[in-house]
Design a protein around this ligand. Structure first.
Ligand SMILES: [Zn+2]
Length: 495
């Protein structure tokens, strides 16, 4: 077995550039990898999928992510329809399927990868803080998923057969640019300087307005690179009456926030904000207003600060009913900000002073505490403070010893700080606790390491394959679908 050695040597190669510490003035970088695996498999081997549809959903990278999309958005997957679509496909002669326009479209998108790197990525980076962070994403091109396009923390799925995505390479690449922008925003949100709202749910709503608004605006601004003139979002954004109506909808939503039960608000927010595009159009108009009136630097500063700052800056530029309702400002520092401050004042120190508060919160709202500590761990990691990230994540694990995601995060912290042994130990614990979250992928990825420079995602993958083969764990191999910054962070861009 030669490849574990390859993994170790890859580590040495990577430990330099990948883990550059965030530093004002440094460039950001973003690497994008397009994959045709899913769409090819569907069109070339539909009969194989029909043998075991569930297995396909568990093993195909795009469909694993799609399954998560269904779970996280509370939208049941329509397996019967999927089966019918694949059955229909399987009845078409193989030669015809191989020449299918969807496959050709996929190939045409894939062939634009170099242009995407040369032109789209600099465009995207022009709307992100230059904080030295290095990011990467994989775009899975597929067909027959319910959502036309969506992203998770580090990966993107696009149903290129969806009529909503225009059916043209340019239109799809325009939407992919929007999605890739989210990857950058998602990483930068860990470095925000503003104090979040006390109500985490309210802050999440502002987050969507900011994130979707910016992504929509950035892709709209890329119209000369990848034209998508018929896209409904852009037609709405260019129509003042529609913009006014969408801002009214956002304000109406915010007005309902405290009045409606949680689940009712979630449904309304999904219906009006996401499906009827109020967050996208209002947020894009807000971004455009800031960019055009006071400049790009001010717009980027809202990303460094956070969505509260975005709304309040926009309001200084907007008149009357075009303003956005602001939520009450937080009265003090959150628990996470206080822990962050404590570790800034006393790096490496124990979190014992916070024990009573942490224990109380773990009883009251364990899920939110685990998630908050996880984000704080990443925030410290991305600020170049892995030792403090270990303190925070270890503290969280003391409270939630069965949380696979926290082990996964701790594994990543060790991986990024070059401690292979500890990384391995924590990834193994994560897999032991939650093997089902790490679904199978029937590929022999390790072979790729000889062909190109491995990425961080490859390394995570490699570690998991390592455990599959050598640690006698069940035969699931994660394809990177269970990324861990925030398990609930899923953006649906074109539903
Ligand atoms: Zn989006």
């Amino acid at each position: 077995m030669i490849w574990p050695v390859l993994i170790l040597s890859s580590m040495a190669v990577l430990s330099g550039p990948l883990f550059a510490q965030p530093n004002a003035g440094n460039p950001v970088s973003l690497k994008v990898d397009f994959s045709l695996d899913s769409v090819k498999y569907i069109f070339l081997h539909p009969e194989e999928i029909l043998k075991d549809v569930d297995q396909f959903w568990q093993t195909d990278a795009a469909f694993q992510l799609s399954a998560r999309w269904h779970r996280n958005n509370n939208i049941p997957g329509d397996m019967d329809k999927f089966r019918e679509d694949i059955l229909r496909l399987s009845k078409i002669p193989a030669a015809e399927r191989e020449a299918d326009p969807v496959l050709k479209l996929g190939e045409s998108i894939k062939s634009g990868e170099a242009r995407f790197a040369a032109a789209a990525i600099p465009h995207i980076l022009g709307f992100l803080p230059r904080n030295g962070l290095q990011m990467e994403t994989k775009i899975h091109l597929t067909a027959f998923t319910t959502a036309s396009a969506f992203m998770t923390n580090t990966q993107i799925v696009a149903n290129i057969a969806s009529p909503k995505l225009s059916g043209t390479a340019n239109g799809i690449l325009n939407i992919l640019l929007h999605e890739v922008y989210h990857i950058g925003y998602g990483i930068d949100r860990l470095l925000r300087s503003e104090e979040p709202l006390e109500d985490g749910r309210a802050y999440d709503v502002l987050d969507v307005l900011h994130n979707e608004g910016l992504a929509t605006y950035v892709a709209w601004k890329a119209g000369s690179l990848y034209p998508f003139p018929d896209f409904e979002d852009y037609r709405m954004l260019e129509d003042d009456a529609v913009v006014r109506e969408k801002i009214g909808k956002v304000n109406a939503l915010f007005f309902q926030f405290e009045k409606l039960p949680k689940e009712d608000f979630r449904k309304l927010s999904w219906e009006e904000g996401v499906k009827n595009r109020a967050y996208y159009i209002a947020g894009a108009y807000m971004s455009r207003t800031i960019d055009e009136k006071i400049g790009r630097a001010a717009l980027i500063e809202t990303i460094e600060k956070g969505p509260r700052s975005f709304v309040s800056l926009y309001n200084t530029l907007a008149e009357g009913d075009m303003k956005i309702t602001e939520f009450p400002a937080p009265r003090g520092l959150s628990l996470y900000s206080r822990i962050f401050q404590h570790l800034t004042d006393h790096p490496g120190s124990s979190l014992t002073p916070f024990d009573p508060e942490l224990e109380e919160l773990s009883r009251k709202d364990g899920g939110s505490l685990a998630n908050g500590m996880n984000r704080l761990g990443y925030r410290l990691l991305y600020r170049g403070r892995p030792a403090d990230a270990v303190i925070v994540l270890s503290k969280a694990l003391a409270l939630f010893p069965k949380d696979a995601n926290l082990y996964d995060s701790l594994g990543e912290v060790y991986l990024k700080s070059g401690n292979m042994e500890k990384a391995a130990e924590n990834y193994r614990k994560s897999l032991e606790l939650d093997p089902n979250n790490s679904n199978a992928k029937k590929s022999s990825r390790p072979c790729q390491f000889g062909d190109r420079t491995p990425s961080l995602m490859d390394l995570r993958q490699a570690l998991r394959i390592f455990f599959k083969l050598f640690a006698c764990l069940p035969p699931w191999v994660d394809n990177g679908a269970s990324t861990s910054i925030d398990n609930n962070l899923l953006f649906c861009c074109v539903g």
